[in-house]
Design a protein around this ligand. Structure first.
Ligand code: GSH
Length: 201
């Protein structure tokens, strides 16, 4: 299998952490690509019509894309139990919360990076940050008992989302007023899978 990656992408990181946690990292060749909304890499566009990474190219079947699909496929392949039946809807909602944080956090970076300066909308950026902030509050108040339980895909996704906030939005200081979540992340960030996949610019 070949995985189209970038060292800065938090969605790619979800897949890499899953590969480590399910002991499949040696079964995938990673191919680093330069991919932006304005200039999708040809290999990415060929594998995923939406032009986004990660995409997983398989030799015997069509490419898979969207981190949620790839992670679920990898879990199924390894029978790793990252989507426990007894709390499946919570697990998927937690993953969706992480991906929602990431969509908003990545769009802020794109707004600043890919739009002409005079067209950058601070109001729009703050609207995106409000989504992040609301989701972080929900995690800190409503999701801590899940996060403090046995690891599933929700944990991996939230770990990657918080790692991305540290990487790209450090100045926003997401930990302030969210001690429970910050405490949980301090432990999760020390997992070997997280240490091995730290984002790079
Ligand atoms: N829902 C997708 C989001 C993937 C995504 O947004 N990837 C970014 C890199 S972090 C990308 O490839 N962006 C290029 C674009 O938006 O055209 C997933 O979970 O895989």
């Amino acid at each position: 299998m070949k995985l189209l990656t970038s060292a800065a992408s938090p969605f790619v990181r979800k897949v890499l952490v899953t590969l480590h946690e399910t002991d499949q990292i040696d079964e995938v060749e990673t191919i680093d690509v330069h991919n932006t909304p304005l200039a999708p890499h040809p290999a990415v566009a060929a594998a995923n019509p939406t032009g986004k990474i990660p995409a997983l190219i398989r030799s015997d079947a069509p490419a898979l894309y969207d981190s949620r699909v790839i992670c679920r496929y990898l879990d199924h392949r390894a029978e790793a139990g990252l989507y426990p039946e007894n709390r499946i809807w919570d697990t998927l909602t937690l993953e969706a919360t992480a991906d929602g944080i990431l969509d908003a956090a990545v769009l802020i970076i794109y707004e600043e990076r890919f739009r002409p300066t005079e067209k950058v909308s601070m109001e729009w950026i703050e609207g995106q940050w409000t989504k992040v902030s609301r989701a972080l509050d929900a995690l800190n108040t409503r999701w801590m008992s899940h996060l403090n339980g046995r690891m599933d895909m929700g944990h991996i996704a939230i770990g990657c989302a918080l790692g991305y906030l540290d990487f790209r939005h450090d100045a926003r200081q997401w930990r302030t007023g969210r001690d429970a979540l910050a405490g949980w992340y301090a432990g999760f960030a020390e997992r070997p899978s997280m240490l091995a996949t730290a984002p790079k610019a």
